[in-house]
Design a protein around this ligand. Structure first.
Ligand code: RUG
Length: 831
């Protein structure tokens, strides 16, 4: 790790600098002080949590110092600022990452050792903020890391959910959800800002009046009022002084207590308003859910967007610039359609509240926003039923209508004889009860639209947003996702990180392209040995974790074949299972077959209301139960489900993988980022030509990637040609044997009904083309086994994978957003 110089600047007085010093001795002293003065404990009686809190406050003090200086620098220089609007963030545990950013991992370890304490045990105690569902929220967190590291002025805006993504337990093989109480012990990383709060109105009706200057004014007579209070979390750049801001909003009642109601004797009613208000930021919505609770979700989106825009306007007011220049100060990114109501809200704020005329306001709005699309799945493209929208946001509906009217008038000039196209382009879907199409609002209301991988962007422009691509081809851009090498290599895999630094110097940590220097070492036997050693250590660590947690005994020498991501039919965990059952059948029929030992690991959560995904989890565990205790397997096949997959667990999973399963139906996974994290940690990929797999394969070279299956165009053609999965089942004996074993109840204690819905779907419709890809997948897995038998060949491929992953750093992705969409430049904060 590079040595870090102690910060100068606005250091508070005092010889010890207990709040800023970075030496082991000052850290030790500060830790003890915090244990005493914040936790009210002395070392002998301190609990794990006391120690975690005391250390976190010690680190936070050091961050605050840089944080304040960053704000000062931004205030002085007034740079264009990125505002990342995202309903989800999955930052992962903060403590270790902040130690890394400050360059004080070793000093802290030493300080604690002096007190007889183990840093890793303290780190393990942290409860991570699960404020996201998966890839989209984690991408937002990687982007925040890269923005700070690249010294870009940025604010991440979102929601401070009191309950994040549910905790997953496995009972009798089934997923059971329990609530995530991440705030139970308090959150040392956030600073509540009671002074930064905004009123958010909803419901009611509008009145259109003419003022004394003859101008038409709109008054929104709202029905309800909430307040959003800011909670700030510092986001430190790595190896720089910049500390940016993640500002999350908590909903509170505008007044704590309704005294009118109270005085009438209705004590419960008096607090109801408070309870109702706080509901807005109470819980994160699990994705892949049906329409339940739509109203609350719309409220959540509007709530955080309104607070964020009001906050941006407050900051803007301090610059003294005219409001029509708002877009010169801020570049706001809409992370999916979730924050898209921002387009109408900014128009409302500028026109209704600040008196700009429509054209000026529209000019500012359009130049402020840009939209990232993360999915082509129709069920995930948000559209709000018009009656609901009108009820919650009556003024915004008028604004959306006006935006749409002007837009469609232009389009009619362009396409005078094409009413069908006009209907397709409209922001309003006229199918009863009518809907507001949020992706259309985002496309019209922003100056750029981007997909998250090259294939995804192409498909976006040729399918879901084709009509928009026809009118504004230049608005479309690709920005392939990336991941932060700090968390997902330096923190997750310190052994490999040290080996890389020894071989290449430490420049790769901020310039991942430098990993290319490894290419020359790919065939070096001594380097290969060390590479395998580093991998084995992480595999043994994961094995130990699983043994201690669930009593699973797995062999670190076996091939670790891992699929870890949300459970979804399009991600095809059940295709992986069909392969597992095929291997099982082969070993049953030829118990002496020479197959390399394989441990197939799964991890991931299913949306609570997604029955098929939950059945897939049950099937994984059911197969595991049978396979793992069958003596014929002789430890050559093991199946393990890793429960409660989250960022912390992910950090122990990626480094342990030999094989990364990226097997979604081509055309369905927008990008994927797990695929990048596995490969960056030296796993080889078995995958389809889907999402960013396409670019990963191009980068690492086709010889270093196990490709199988239909591509996106072939998948479309297969469906169009009248796909009949049953015919494939009949034709392929191994496939039939695998399906029959599942259907017959072999993995369900003889209950042939349990997995029937899954089997029926595969044989009847098979929307995700598992059977079409089965043979190619199984044959490809045979090629994987062959490669694994040759350690020198496998290790060479793994080294080349890592060497060529530089492009998939989130630093590269953010640099592209800065250059092509946001037009922002770094603003260095001096030490
Ligand atoms: O499913 C996509 C992933 O393919 C992608 O890598 C990730 C980040 O871009 O976003 C995921 N996603 C899409 N999460 N939610 C959605 C739809 O709202």
């Amino acid at each position: 790790m590079p040595a870090r110089k102690q910060s100068s600047g606005t250091v508070p007085p005092g010889p010890e600098h207990t709040r800023t010093g970075l030496s082991a001795e000052t850290l030790r002293q500060a830790f003890l002080d915090n244990l005493f003065y914040i936790q009210g404990r002395f070392p002998e009686i301190a609990t794990d949590d006391d120690r975690y809190q005391a250390l976190s406050y010690t680190v936070r003090d050091r961050l605050l110092h840089r944080w304040v200086r960053t704000i000062q620098a931004y205030k002085e220089r007034d740079p264009r600022t990125v505002c990342y609007l995202s309903a989800e963030y999955l930052p992962g545990p903060h403590l270790a990452n902040n130690l890394l950013s400050l360059g004080i991992v070793d000093a802290t370890r030493e300080a604690l050792r002096g007190l007889g304490l183990d840093l890793d045990a303290i780190l393990d105690h942290e409860e991570e903020p699960g404020l996201g569902n998966g890839g989209l929220g984690r991408l937002a967190a990687c982007f925040m890391d890269s923005l700070a590291t690249l010294e870009i002025p940025a604010i991440g805006y979102g929601i401070r959910y009191e309950y994040g993504i549910f905790d997953q337990k496995i009972q009798d093989g089934w997923q059971v959800e329990t609530s995530d109480t991440w705030l139970h012990y308090g959150n040392p990383w956030e600073v509540r800002r009671p002074g930064i709060c905004y009123d958010v109105r909803i419901g009611g009706r509008t009145e259109h009046v003419t003022d004394e200057h003859g101008r038409l004014r709109v008054h929104w007579r709202h029905a309800d009022l909430f307040r959003g209070v800011a909670y700030d979390t510092p986001v430190a750049g790595y190896g720089v002084e910049t500390v940016n801001l993640l500002r999350l909003w908590r909903a509170e009642a505008a007044e704590d207590f309704d005294f009118t109601v109270f005085n009438q004797g209705d004590y419960v009613g008096a607090v109801m308003r408070k309870v109702r208000s706080e509901t807005i930021s109470k819980v994160l919505y699990p994705n892949d859910e049906a329409d339940s609770g739509k109203r609350l979700r719309l409220l959540q989106q509007y709530f955080f967007v309104s607070c964020s825009l009001q906050d941006m306007l407050r900051i803007f007011a301090t610059t003294g610039r005219p409001l029509a220049e708002f877009h010169a100060k801020f570049a706001a990114q809409l992370n999916d359609t979730h924050p898209t109501i921002a387009v109408a809200e900014l128009m409302r704020l500028l026109v209704d509240e600040h008196g700009l005329d429509w054209d000026e306001a529209w000019q500012a709005t359009r130049h402020t926003f840009a939209y990232t699309n993360h999915t082509l799945l129709p069920e995930a493209l948000e559209k709000w039923p018009l009656p609901l929208f009108a009820d919650v946001l009556p003024r915004h509906l008028e604004i959306v209508y006006e935006i749409n009217r002007r837009f469609l008038d232009d389009m009619r000039l362009r396409y005078p004889d094409d009413p069908a196209r006009i209907a397709r382009l409209s922001i309003i879907d006229e199918t009863p009860p009518k809907y507001v199409r949020m992706a259309h609002l985002a496309s019209v209301g922003g100056h750029a639209i981007n997909g998250v991988a090259a294939l995804h962007t192409r498909l976006l422009g040729t399918t879901v947003l084709k009509d928009f691509h026809d009118i504004w081809p230049d608005k479309f851009q690709n920005k392939t996702n990336g991941v932060t090498p700090r968390r997902f290599l330096m923190l997750a895999n310190p052994g490999l990180a040290d080996l890389l630094t020894e071989a290449l110097g430490d420049g790769w940590t901020r310039d991942l392209e430098r990993l290319r220097g490894l290419e020359g070492l790919a065939d070096d036997p001594a380097f290969q040995d060390r590479w395998r050693q580093a991998k084995l250590i992480r595999k043994a660590a994961l094995a130990e974790r699983l043994r201690a947690g669930q009593g699973n005994a797995i062999d670190p020498a076996s091939l670790f074949d891992i699929q870890a991501k949300r459970i979804h039919e399009y991600k095809r965990q059940h295709l992986n299972l069909l392969h597992v059952v095929t291997l099982y059948n082969r070993l049953k029929h030829a118990p002496d077959a020479d197959v390399p030992a394989r441990t197939v690991l799964f991890g991931g959560k299913a949306a609570p209301g997604y029955a098929m995904a939950k059945l897939i989890i049950k099937l994984i565990n059911a197969v595991a139960e049978v396979v793992n205790r069958d003596p014929d397997m002789r430890d050559r096949l093991k199946v393990v489900f890793v429960p409660d997959y989250n960022v912390k667990v992910a950090q122990s999973v990626y480094p342990a993988a030999d094989l990364s399963e990226q097997i979604s139906t081509a055309g369905m996974e927008a990008s994927g980022t797990g695929n990048m994290k596995f490969s960056l940690n030296g796993a080889l990929t078995i995958g389809t030509l889907d999402g960013a797999n396409v670019e990963i394969r191009e980068a690492v070279g086709p010889d270093n990637f196990f490709l199988f299956g239909l591509d996106a165009d072939e998948a479309v053609r297969t469906r169009a040609a009248g796909y009949r999965p049953y015919a494939l089942y009949e034709r392929d004996p191994e496939l039939r044997a695998a399906v029959d074993l599942i259907a017959g109840g072999h993995f369900a204690h003889g209950d042939a009904g349990l997995f029937r819905p899954l089997v029926d779907h595969l044989l009847g419709r098979d929307d995700y083309l598992l059977l079409a890809d089965y043979r190619a997948y199984v044959d490809c897995q045979d090629r994987v086994a062959d490669a694994w038998r040759d350690p020198a060949r496998w290790t060479r491929m793994a080294i080349l994978n890592v060497a060529r992953m530089g492009r998939f750093s989130s630093d590269r992705a953010i640099a592209e957003y800065c250059r092509d969409i946001w037009n922002v430049a770094p603003a260095r904060v001096d030490g």
